[in-house]
Structures are given as C-alpha cells and as structure tokens.
Write a protein that binds this ligand. Structure first.
Ligand SMILES: Nc1nc2c(c(=O)[nH]1)N[C@H]1C(S)=C(S)[C@@H](COP(=O)(O)OP(=O)(O)OC[C@H]3O[C@@H](n4cnc5c(=O)[nH]c(N)nc54)[C@H](O)[C@@H]3O)O[C@H]1N2
Ligand SMILES: Nc1nc2c(c(=O)[nH]1)N[C@H]1C(S)=C(S)[C@@H](COP(=O)(O)OP(=O)(O)OC[C@H]3O[C@@H](n4cnc5c(=O)[nH]c(N)nc54)[C@H](O)[C@@H]3O)O[C@H]1N2
Ligand code: SF4
Ligand SMILES: [Mo]
Length: 577
C-alpha cells in the first residue's frame, strides 16, 4: 500500500493526494500545488452507504450479489441495461462495460456533459486534441469563455497570474470581477459574438494570414458568411457593444492567446455550432500548433489510452434513455433521476422497470427508488489509475486504507464474469496495462505517452490537414419568450455529490424577496424553490445550480443538433409567485 493517490472526481484538475495519518492532503509537486478543493478537504465527512439493501431491507454483500444474479437470470440479454455515469472518473470504472458487453446487454452512448462542444471541435479540426493547462501557463492572454475556474477548475488559477484576462460569461463570476475585460453577453448568443469577432478581426487585418493560407484556406468564404450578420442589430440582440468587441480584439491581436472554454457555451441545441464558431475565431487568430496558444476545452481523458475492456454492444443514448424497454437496469456511478434532463420523464420511464440496481457511494434520488442498492468502495479503498481532460498527467491511485465497506467495480465484475463463465483478466493485469501508457518526463512526473503538448503542429487532423470552416449557420437569437435558465456548477457540490444547493438565484431588481418560494416552470415541467438574490446575474437570467433537486424538471431530453448531447439550457423559464 502506498500513501499516494488521486482525486477520483469528474473535474478538470485531477489532483494528486498524499494520505497521511488519516488525512487527505494535496500533493505539493506538479499541478496540484499543495491544495485541494472543499470536496476533498471534507471528503470523509460525507456519509456513504455502508450496507446493501433489497426492497428496503438490509442484506449482506453476498446476498446482494446473489440477488443481482437472480435479476440477470430473470431477464433476457437484451432486456438488461448498463447505465454508467461519471461519479468516479478513474479508468477501472469501465470494467463493468466488459461484463455487460460480453453478456450481450445494452450499454449507453450519448453525452450529458461536453458532447456538443466536442463535436463542434471535431467538425472543424478532425479531432479533439486539447490544449493542456501547462500550455495555458505559457500564454500572454487568457479568455475564459463560459468557464468558471474558481469553482470548477481552480488549479489553473496559479498558472495565469499576471496575464491579461478576458471573460465572456452572462454571470459576473469571480474571475469576471478580476478580469481586464468582462463581456456579460446575453446567454446563448456566443455563436454571434464569435462570428462578429472573426469578421472584425478580418476587417482590421488582424488575421494570421500566413497560417491561414497554409492550414485554413477557406477563411475568405468564412469571412463572407460572417458578413450575413447585421452588425448593429446583432450587437443589440446579444447585448454587447462595439467598444467591447474592439477592446477584446485590441488585447488579443499578435499575442499568445489561450481560449479556455467550459461547458456553459454548449448546453444548447446549436451547441456544436457555437463551439465551432469559437474554434473558427481561434483559427483566424492562428492559435493552433504554437506554444502558449490554442483552445483549452474538455479533451478526452481517455485520449492516448486504448481500453482493455470489451465494449461493443447495442447502445442507447444516456440523454433520452427509454428505461421502460428494459427489465433490469444497472446504474453505476450516476444519479440519473436528478442529472438526466427531463426528470419527470425519467422518473416515469424508470418506474416501469422491474429491477433497478444502484451501485454507488451516496444516498440520492436514484438510490431511493432502486430495488437493489449496492455500496461501492470509495477511491481510498481500491487501486486505480486516472487521467484528466485538461492536462496530460497520468496518476496512480493506490489503495491507501483497507476497509470492508462496499465492493469495488473490479470485484463486482469479476464475480459476474466468473458466475457466467466469461473471460476476465486479473485486477493486476489491468492496472499494469493502464500504467504502461505512462512515461516519466524531465520533471520526474508521469504523463500519458501519446499525448501532444502542442497538438496540430503540422496541420489539422482533417483529410487535407486544413481547418474546415462552417459554411452555414441556422441559429436565430431570442426565438422564444421567457427567461434564460443557467444551470452551471456549484462550489458546494460535484453535481449531486456532497452539499447540494436548494435555491433559485435571481437578480434583486425582479422584485422577489429572499426566502420567498416561487414556481419556476418551462414547457417540460416545474419546480418550487426558495429565492436567493444574486446581483452578479443579468436580470434576464435564472440560475439554478447543477445538483439542485428538481432543476431537471425544467430541461428537455432532446439531443443537440447533429450529436447525441444534452441541451440543459435550451428551454426558457418563467417565475411565478
Ligand atoms: N465545484 C464543482 N466543480 C465541478 C463540477 C461541479 O459540479 N462542482 N462539475 C464538474 C463537471 S461534471 C464539469 S462538466 C465541469 C464544468 O465546468 P465549467 O465548464 O466551468 O461549467 P459550468 O459551471 O456549467 O459553466 C461555466 C460558466 O458558463 C457560463 N455560461 C452559462 N451559459 C452561458 C452562455 O450561454 N454563454 C457563455 N459565454 N457562458 C455561459 C456560466 O455562467 C458559468 O460561469 O466542472 C467540473 N467541476
Ligand atoms: N441541470 C443540470 N444537469 C446536469 C448538469 C448541469 O450542469 N445542470 N451537468 C451534467 C454533467 S456535465 C454531468 S457530467 C452529469 C453528471 O451526472 P452523474 O454522472 O449522474 O453525476 P452525479 O450526480 O454526481 O452522480 C455520481 C454518483 O456516483 C457515485 N459514485 C461516486 N464515486 C463512486 C465510485 O467510486 N463507484 C461507484 N460505483 N459510484 C460512485 C455517487 O454515489 C454519485 O451518486 O450531470 C449532467 N446534468
Ligand atoms: S479541484 Fe477537482 S480534482 Fe482537485 S480535489 Fe477538487 S474535485 Fe478533486
Ligand atoms: Mo460534466
């Protein structure tokens, strides 16, 4: 047993941990910089599930495994669904795919998180290779575009000290307050802002023509496309001034610029196009393949690591899953009753399932309705390996304490494979396999071997190595009446893990009192919540954090256009007393 592990959570930073005398501390070396966030600082204060349950009665782990087997036996292969979320982001979480795929069950595809943005990036560049935070550290200007680093990715903050900071966000976030320029645009208008920026950059001769001629020769046509926008009317609609546009361009021209995007920009039906338009602006600036330049979004944490697990299976989308088609649904590392869009539909659909199994750490909406609850082992009690979606480190997660509570993903899967005579390698085999993707660099730390620090050095991953600019956009501004729902991440919870928010946040000028209970409604449903004031919001925005009970009564389970990704901020909402 070693005393070094890493935070397992679905978070950009993937911090490394020193476990000493029963306490969790951030490792001083490397990106963790000796500090963790409040989730890990108070990790062990959150009560976990200790004992398995079947239909409300406590049972032993052995009985739980037998029950699970009975459920599987009572269902045909194609009546079994394996639904895995991202409660723990380490690589061994995927071992369950191996059993369920080998058995002939259904798995999920689709994406509740960054999928629309990723698709936009792939459409332009041919792949999604991320600018790691260590490269952001080498830039002169950082644009936080729909990213809230103090809350969701605080380990980037020490790396950007002294740089010019620009923030594009409808909320005056902490980073916006400290920024050199904050553009507090109307939500869901980033596509138009990005197009106008590209157009003015071209007008002002600020494009990197040498780069464009070589790697993005369609830029004149793209410039023409941007000319379809009426400047004055568009600026009014997106609530940005000409002065702000000019200010932004003045600060970025000829500089090493990192555009750090978050998921906030792409929780919309046209999220693919939004990200692609931002990427197009980065291309016009010539930001690819150069030190300290690029777009830092959510890369794939699995980039450069081929999975050792069997995964081929029939798949259904995790955005709009029709649970009622299945007899047995096995849910791991997820709380779909809260975190999938259109909660009312989800609850209704899952209520028709005969056997719902919840395999997780905490009690929540999903454990409450599950027939069989199986406690997982926390990361402190099991071996694993993890990677990140915002940097290239690979971290060994050693088991730092022995504990009888719960069962690990490997143990549970190995049991099932044995019972059904399906092949599986030893735990050591997989751990060794994952570790084989690591190389030690000059700083003595381990990185994923096949990941590039500066991707796209020799052009893009498209057929002719050139960036593919969009040739049409179908988005319109402000089609529907109502207020904008912003549903972003809270400081206090990691989606539904830890301390969940319980309020709706509104601008005080709207006239609602603090503590007053209001009904927030959309075409999909409604939720009653007490009001808290927040004058960092625009008056046309309603903020309900991810993890707040009932927030997804308001959201739609439609897919984004051209990819199976969720659109949590598409529906407009109304507030009533
Ligand atoms: N503390 C904490 N950290 C987390 C998480 C958590 O729940 N809590 N969740 C983790 C996960 S799963 C993820 S995916 C990441 C996501 O982390 P981020 O990418 O930072 O995502 P969000 O908080 O959803 O949104 C970021 C910002 O987008 C802004 N925004 C919303 N709509 C728009 C818009 O239309 N345009 C623009 N320009 N900005 C907009 C919001 O105001 C917010 O400030 O965070 C991870 N880290
Ligand atoms: N309204 C709204 N909805 C959203 C979002 C939003 O911003 N707003 N964000 C979306 C995004 S970006 C994401 S990524 C999803 C996240 O959605 P989910 O993946 O469903 O995330 P959580 O709700 O945090 O549930 C994680 C669960 O994992 C379990 N868990 C933790 N560690 C382990 C472990 O080691 N093993 C096992 N077996 N279980 C474990 C915990 O018990 C917890 O219940 O939510 C999406 N839903
Ligand atoms: S910042 Fe992210 S990776 Fe680091 S301890 Fe907190 S949740 Fe874990
Ligand atoms: Mo996410």
């Amino acid at each position: 047993m070693s005393n070094i592990t890493a935070c397992p959570l679905d978070c950009y930073d993937a911090c490394e941990i020193l476990f000493e005398q029963g306490t969790i501390k951030g490792l001083k070396e490397g990106h963790t910089n000796g500090f963790l966030c409040q989730h890990l600082n108070h990790y062990e204060k959150h009560e976990t599930i200790h004992v398995p349950r079947y239909k409300g009665s406590e049972i032993t782990i052995d009985q739980a495994l037998l029950k699970l087997k009975e459920m599987i036996n009572s269902s045909k292969n194609d009546e079994i669904l394996y639904y895995r979320g991202t409660g723990n982001f380490a690589l061994m979480q995927e071992v369950g795919d191996h059993f369920f795929s080998s058995y002939g069950a259904t798995l999920t595809d689709g994406n509740l998180c960054d999928g629309a943005g990723e698709e936009g990036i792939i459409q332009g560049r041919g792949s999604n290779k991320n600018m790691p935070i260590h490269e952001v550290a080498k830039s002169e200007v950082v644009i936080f575009w729909g990213r809230n680093p103090h809350v969701t990715s605080s380990h980037i903050l020490p790396l950007i000290k002294g740089k010019t900071i620009i923030v594009i966000d409808p909320i005056k976030t902490k980073i916006a307050k400290a920024a050199d320029l904050h553009i507090q645009l109307k939500p869901h208008t980033d596509l138009f802002l990005a197009m106008l920026l590209s157009r003015f950059l071209h007008i002002e001769n600020g494009c990197d023509e040498e780069f464009l001629d070589k790697y993005a020769s369609g830029y004149e046509e793209y410039y023409e496309l941007t000319q379809n926008l009426r400047i004055k009317a568009t600026l009014e609609q997106i609530d940005v001034s000409l002065g702000e546009l000019g200010d932004l361009l003045r600060q970025v021209k000829g500089k090493r610029v990192a555009i750090v995007c978050g998921v906030g920009i792409q929780k919309y039906s046209d999220g693919v196009d939004v990200m692609r338009a931002i990427d197009a602006f980065a291309t016009m600036l010539g930001l690819f393949g150069k030190e300290g330049c690029g777009v830092s979004y959510l890369g794939s944490s699995r980039e450069g690591i081929a999975s050792p697990f069997k995964k081929d299976a029939k798949k259904v989308s995790k955005v709009n899953t029709d649970f009622s088609l299945f007899k047995t649904v096995f849910i791991q590392g997820s709380n779909p009753l809260s975190q999938m869009p259109d909660s009312i539909r989800v609850r209704e659909s899952i209520s028709k399932v005969e056997n719902v199994v919840y395999f997780g750490l905490y009690e929540n909406e999903t454990s409450e309705i599950a027939d069989l609850v199986i406690p997982a082992k926390s990361f402190l009690y099991k071996d694993d390996v993890r990677t990140s979606y915002s940097h290239n480190r690979i971290s060994i997660m050693s088991k730092v304490v022995s504990c009888d509570i719960g069962i690990s993903e490997y143990e549970l899967t190995a049991y099932l494979c044995k019972e059904y005579a399906l092949p599986i390698e030893s735990e050591e085999f997989y751990l060794k396999y994952f570790k084989s993707f690591a190389i030690k660099k000059m700083d003595g730390l381990s990185y994923v071997d096949k990941r590039e620090e500066i991707p796209y050095k020799d052009g893009f991953d498209t057929e002719d190595k050139e960036f593919i600019f969009p040739d049409e956009f179908n988005s319109k501004i402000g089609e529907k009446d109502g207020m904008h729902l912003i549903t972003s991440k809270s400081q206090n919870s990691l989606n539904t893990q830890f301390n969940r928010e319980e309020s709706v946040y509104l601008h005080s000028s709207l006239g609602f009192s603090e503590g007053e209970i209001v009904t927030v409604s959309s075409i999909n449903g409604s939720v009653e919540l007490p009001v808290k004031h927040n004058d960092d919001l625009r008056a046309d925005c309603v903020l309900i954090y991810s993890g707040t009970k009932g927030v997804n009564n308001l959201t739609s389970s439609k897919h984004a256009l051209s990819t199976k990704s969720a659109i949590f901020q598409e529906n407009k909402v109304e507030i009533k007393r």
